[in-house]
Each structure stands twice: as structure tokens, then as C-alpha cells.
Ligand binder design. Structure first.
Ligand SMILES: [Zn+2]
Length: 286
């Protein structure tokens, strides 16, 4: 999975520091990052490469001893510095993150995704949601603080479940309606945990809503942070309980069908938790 960056190690702990010239500086525009992508290899610029004023940067995280920062100012300019323009001349440009999920080195690809989720949160947290005052960064933790009413805003993470439903040698796969989700491959039943629910209750509710089935033997398998949507995906496996005739929720799904273990495509190269669960079943590990 794309968050698995071993032997590299993420340290997400916030530090109240300014960058050195050699630290990484991530620039985002919409869902794109300013990087160089060639032959499936991605390169990210340093503070020195971009010639940025260090006061305009914000600390993100560390991977091993490498520190990552973001450009903390809003800008609509095409180039934030003459140095950025020079980088554009040697192949740097804004690349959509959908094209950076399987690029090498993997820990850099993951860092770009994680950086975007934090960058989006910082941009949404410039003003206090209670009184409208401009917020400031806490000096001790990753939080924005309102100097007027003392409201504290932490990054939001939304838990959701992904469910592998088994019936003997078969699993239930789905495909989203195109208007709902552009991903055209097989998916699994999935949905956000609602207030007051345990993830296991979400599994029962989402399976009933999306495909009209009852399930049993619900057990947790593994998780995956999905920074692009600010989600924490929780992977579950369960067995069908009784009737296996599916009733598809047509607003969301184009199809839901049972597929035999031996007919599943090899998805071992995919980066997602959905592929990981399907692949575990295909290899008879679930
Ligand atoms: Zn306030």
C-alpha cells in the first residue's frame, strides 16, 4: 500500500521551526504539486531551489532526517519566485496527485500526498469558525488557535470502512456510477463512519444500504491513511449471513456481483487498501 514506506519512517510530530536551505519545500495548486516527474521518478524542490523567504514557509513533517515544509502564503501568481521559473525550464511543473500515487521513490510520493492534506487543512483554518478572527499556529502542537476566543482547531480525520464480503470462494465486488466516482475498476462496499457508530456498525449499515445484504463474522484486517480525502480507511472482512441476492443502491453503484477467487485479477501492484484486501483474498490469506 502506498503509505507503506519502510525502511523510511514518518515523524508527523509538529515542530515550531524554520527551514534550512536544504529542506524540502512543497508547493500546491488545487490537487497538484510543483514537482519534476520523468520516467516514473518524482523529484521535489528544496527551499534553496525555490529561493523562498523562510518566513513564508510552514513545517509539515519529517521522513527519516529529511524535513518537509509548505509554502504558507496564498498566491495566484504562476511563479512565486524567479527560481521557480528556472525550475519550470528544467522540467518542473504542477502535476496532479492522481499521477503520483505509484511513482518512485515511494516515500516521496507519500510525502507529497500527506503534505497536500495538511496544506488543505491549513488553508481552511486561516479564520476561526466561532468568531471569524484570524488564527495563529500553536507553538506546541499542530493546531490553529484563535487569539480572540481561544478556539483550537485540529486537523480533521474522517474514519471510513472498506468491506470485503465473502461467500465461500466468492467475494462481492462493486463498480461506482461514473457520475459518483470516476474510478472504473472493481471496488468494495465502503462508507464513512457516522457519529455514534462503531466501525462494525458502519459495516452492517453500509452493506445493507449499498447491496441489501446481512453479514456476520465482521473482523478488522488493517488500515490505511488516505490523505487526499482526509480519510482513515479501516479494512474489514465479513461473511454473508443468509440470502446472497444483491439489491444494488443505484444512485451510487453501477453494479455489484459475486466473483470467484480464481477469476480475480492480480492487483498486487496497486497502492490502495481495496486492492490489498482483494489481493489477500485472491492469495487465500483471507
Ligand atoms: Zn475565535
Amino acid at each position: 500500500m502506498f503509505n507503506e514506506i519502510y525502511p523510511h519512517k514518518l515523524n508527523i510530530e509538529y515542530k515550531d521551526v524554520r527551514p534550512n536551505e536544504e529542506d524540502i519545500l512543497l508547493l500546491y495548486k488545487g490537487g497538484s504539486a510543483f514537482v519534476k516527474l520523468a520516467d516514473n521518478k518524482v523529484e521535489v524542490p528544496t527551499v534553496k531551489d525555490l529561493g523562498m523567504d523562510k518566513e513564508k514557509t510552514g513545517f509539515l513533517f519529517e521522513i527519516d532526517s529529511k524535513r518537509f515544509f509548505r509554502l504558507a502564503t496564498e498566491t495566484d501568481k504562476e511563479f512565486v519566485s524567479t527560481e521557480q521559473k528556472k525550475l519550470a525550464e528544467v522540467g518542473y511543473g504542477y502535476v496532479n496527485l492522481d499521477n503520483l500515487r505509484k511513482t518512485e521513490p515511494r516515500h516521496i510520493s507519500f510525502a507529497i500526498h500527506l503534505g497536500l492534506s495538511l496544506d488543505r487543512w491549513y488553508r481552511k483554518s486561516v479564520f476561526c469558525g466561532k468568531c471569524g478572527s484570524r488564527t495563529v499556529h500553536s507553538h506546541k502542537e499542530r493546531a490553529m488557535v484563535c487569539p480572540n476566543c481561544h478556539n483550537v482547531i485540529y486537523p480533521t480525520i474522517s474514519p471510513s470502512v472498506i468491506v470485503l464480503i465473502r461467500d465461500g470462494e466468492e467475494i462481492l465486488v462493486t463498480r461506482y456510477q461514473e457520475a459518483h466516482n470516476s474510478y472504473r475498476g472493481y471496488a468494495l462496499v465502503a462508507g464513512y463512519v457516522e457519529s455514534g457508530e462503531t466501525p462494525e456498525e458502519t459495516v452492517r449499515r453500509e452493506v445493507m444500504e449499498e447491496v441489501g445484504l446481512k453479514v456476520k463474522n465482521i473482523s478488522y484486517v488493517t488500515s490505511q491513511p488516505w490523505p487526499q480525502s482526509g480519510s482513515l480507511l479501516l479494512g474489514f472482512v465479513c461473511d454473508i449471513d443468509g440470502d446472497r441476492d444483491v439489491k444494488v443502491e443505484e444512485d451510487e453503484l453501477e453494479l455489484a456481483e459475486w466473483i470467484n477467487r480464481k477469476d480475480l485479477p492480480d492487483r498486487s501492484k496497486d497502492a490502495s487498501l481495496t486492492s490489498h484486501l482483494i489481493e489477500m483474498f485472491r492469495q487465500a490469506k483471507l
